[in-house]
Design a protein around this ligand. Sequence first.
Ligand code: NDP
Length: 271
Amino acid sequence: MPNKYKLGVAGNPIEHSLSPFIHSRFAKQEKINLSYMPYRVEPDNFNEFIVDFFSDPLARGLNITLPLKNLAAQIAGNISKEAKHLQAVNTITKIDGALSLDSTDGVGFMEDLRSKKIDIIGKNILILGAGAAVQSILYKLVTGNPNTISILNRSQDKAETLVEKYVEYTSLGSCLKEDIHYDLIINGTSAGLTGEFIAPEGINLSNSTCFYDLNYSLESTPFCSWAKEHSSQVFDGIGMLIYQAAQSFKLWFGEAPSTEYIFQDIQNLNK
Ligand code: NDP
């Protein structure tokens, strides 16, 4: 039996993270002996935690979630171009004693779009929200040749800051364009997983519009429930979660795990 690799996810809150479940399934499938644990870590203790975690010779990697992703970008290590641009890291890998820092959220999101045959080239995209999750997918979206992207956020200044950051790549705006038909509407707000989704007024959409909620839940999210009134192409963020995890796993062990069964395994958690 080979040594048991040590992995985990650090953040706060962390209790409801599906990452331990997903990575344990990947490990079983790929026959890799590992322990993947959730760690509740406060920002003030983050650096100390990282040193302690990786001092174990069996430590191979760590996922980082809220509110630690920006702090993780400050760790000494080889940071990827994307993670550096985002100033956010969700995957740390220890290779030959050195740490590599990556962001796999954007790859996970794009992989999920591909798997659902959602094409963004030449399309008009509306994004609701301008927080960390939106930032992590925006880098990929703006470089994917869409026609336009509109970002709407409760705090207008945050949407404007994002537009300024990426305006060189594509046609970006921080208000709704009522004369444009939106092909893809992405919900990146954390407004809640219960209650009703209140859509901004004046969105030009049709039954050919695709809807994607970065949020996920074993039940339909409020955004997805609203979207289903307009279209049959409605998706939540479970696929993004799985594909970003698969990308982390690939960084740690060199090969992407099969994602064939994990969707059903997660659905079964609800039974
Ligand atoms: P942030 O806290 O960074 O951003 C939250 C965003 O939601 C902000 O734009 C905020 O607006 C907006 N918002 C919050 N409450 C409301 C409200 N009541 N009405 C309107 N807008 C609101 O969170 P993240 O960006 O990190 O996460 C957003 C969601 O994405 C989370 O629910 C998270 O679970 C999900 N996520 C999913 C992933 C996946 O793999 N599928 C990966 C990462 C995140 P304002 O700026 O005005 O505060």
